[in-house]
Write a protein that binds this ligand. Structure first.
Ligand code: VGL
Ligand code: ZN
Length: 198
């Protein structure tokens, strides 16, 4: 059985100084690089939004970052503009060993749907293609690290577990946003879905 490391959204906008900074987000880069060396398969995800994306508070007249809005697919948190395609903030942290990655999955490029998960957009239906990629490579065991624990790592891990993967999240190599208790809820949700949260 082949194992893969999935590195979620290690981009400047999620690091201190970025548009949607996660506290200590940059501190996990060296530990992630060490893991990248060890795994037989490495996949990176990259949050990759067009300007004016529907998950940006700036796309609405009367909304501020971290407000929510009801979308056809459910409640969506509205974020500061971040990870705009081709911007500095959307780039991977320069110290991340991107050269060793086999595959980069971009997500969130559909203007009308956000995509936290590496597997499905936030409608929980539209695939990113990652499941097909992993299946055709015979990869069944996934270890996940990166940003943010309570959003993109959480959604990716829960979707992977639902798809039947054996999933481990290494929390030491993740950092969270933690909006209104979202971090504790995510840890519980992942455990409930059968993810090994270490
Ligand atoms: C993320 C909010 C919006 C993440 C991405 O990487 O966790 N969070 N876009
Ligand atoms: Zn995003």
């Amino acid at each position: 059985m082949t194992e893969a490391l999935i590195v979620i959204d290690m981009q400047y906008d999620f690091c201190p100084g970025g548009a949607l900074a996660v506290e200590e987000g940059d501190l996990i880069v060296p530990g992630i690089n060490a893991l990248i060396d060890e795994f037989p398969a490495v996949i990176l995800t990259q949050d990759w939004h067009p300007a004016g994306h529907s998950s940006f508070a700036s796309s609405y007249k009367d909304k501020a970052p971290f407000d929510t809005v009801e979308m056809s697919y459910g409640t969506q948190v509205l974020w500061p503009d971040h990870c705009i395609q081709g911007s500095e903030g959307a780039a991977f942290h320069a110290d991340l060993d991107t050269d060793s990655a086999d595959m980069i999955v971009r997500k969130g490029f559909n203007p009308s749907i956000d995509s936290y998960s590496a597997f499905f957009e936030n409608d929980h239906e539209t695939p990113t293609g990652l499941h097909g990629y992993l299946q055709t490579r015979g990869i069944e065991q996934l270890t996940m690290v990166g940003l943010a624990t309570d959003f993109c790592v959480n959604f990716s891990a829960v979707d992977a577990a639902k798809l039947g993967y054996d999933v481990t999240v290494l929390t030491e190599l993740c950092r969270g946003i933690d909006l209104d208790g979202s971090l504790a809820a995510a840890l519980e949700g992942m455990k409930g879905a059968g993810v090994k949260v270490l």
